[in-house]
Design a protein around this ligand. Structure first.
Ligand code: LER
Ligand code: MN
Length: 273
């Protein structure tokens, strides 16, 4: 398995579980601790200098593990289920562009559907899931040439009221029926929403396309209550061998968050191999 860390390409943000710091410093730290990739969370895909990003990643020998999109919701309020058709269309335009960037920068070519799903805002569950499904289908159609994988992430009920539980997210993914739509399992959200974050891995097995790691308190692995041996062995048991992306609150500092997280995960991974 490979390791990456979530980095937010913004000067500041309300989203708590990403590193906000000068990009060069973070890339340098990432390559120093020997992780393999960065997951970039980009608020506006039309305002990013892709050539410059590509060069910086390659200068530090880092991969783009995935492209994250939650900041388009947090910073601009765009979402794939927005009651305003105009803002929903903006969100779809953003996602088409995110896919183009992921396709260009990353052999993994995947884009996260996390907070940018939005909230139900008083509409029924059925209505809002139909809207989300049709937005995703439109993105799939318009990005056929890129072949990007879309990762749908169950998110805890304090942050959204759409797709909190693993089982309903799997049902939703099945209802789309495209091999390009997979599940993003985040250990923090499943600790809040599931009976057991360990059993969740077994239930999610053939749908998992990517994994976010964080403790029950959203701090770095090693700073909370989760049993990382159990998490990683379960992932291995279901055949997952891709990225573990550290998406944690940068506490006490982002440097310590990265170092502790990497050390905790490595200890388990190296015991195994
Ligand atoms: C949100 O809490 C989260 O986990 C992100 O991955 C989604 O944008
Ligand atoms: Mn996450």
């Amino acid at each position: 398995m490979k390791l990456s860390v979530v980095y937010a390409l913004v000067p500041k943000t309300k989203f708590k579980a990403a590193i906000v710091a000068p990009l060069e410093n973070v890339l340098k730290l990432a390559s120093e601790v020997g992780i393999n990739g960065i997951e970039l969370n980009i608020p506006n895909p039309f305002e990013v200098n892709v050539t410059e990003l590509e060069k910086k990643l390659s200068d530090y020998g880092l991969e783009l593990s995935a492209l994250s999109t939650g900041l388009s919701y947090v910073e601009y309020g765009y979402s794939l289920t927005h009651p305003s058709e105009e803002l929903r269309k903006k969100s779809i335009e953003f996602f088409v562009k995110y896919c183009e960037i992921a396709h260009r920068l990353s052999k993994y070519n995947r884009v996260v559907i996390g907070l940018a799903r939005g909230r139900s805002e008083g509409r029924s569950r059925e209505e809002v899931l139909n809207i989300l499904r049709s937005s995703i289908e439109e993105i799939l159609k318009r990005t056929n040439g890129y072949g990007t994988t879309l990762l749908v992430e169950p998110i805890n009920h304090y942050e959204t009221d759409i797709l909190n539980k693993l089982d309903e997210t799997i049902e939703f993914i099945k209802s789309i029926g495209s091999p390009r739509v997979k599940l993003l399992l985040d250990t923090y959200h499943s600790t809040i929403e599931e009976k057991s974050p360990y059993d969740a891995i077994a239930r999610a097995r053939e749908y998992i396309g990517y994994v976010h790691v964080a403790e029950n308190n959203r701090l770095a692995p090693g700073m909370g209550m989760l049993d990382w041996e159990r998490i990683i062995y379960r992932l291995i048991a279901v055949g997952y061998s891709d990225y573990l992306s550290i998406e944690c609150i940068p506490y006490p500092t982002y440097e310590e968050m990265v170092r502790t997280g990497v050390e905790t995960l490595r200890r388990v991974l190296e015991l195994r191999y």
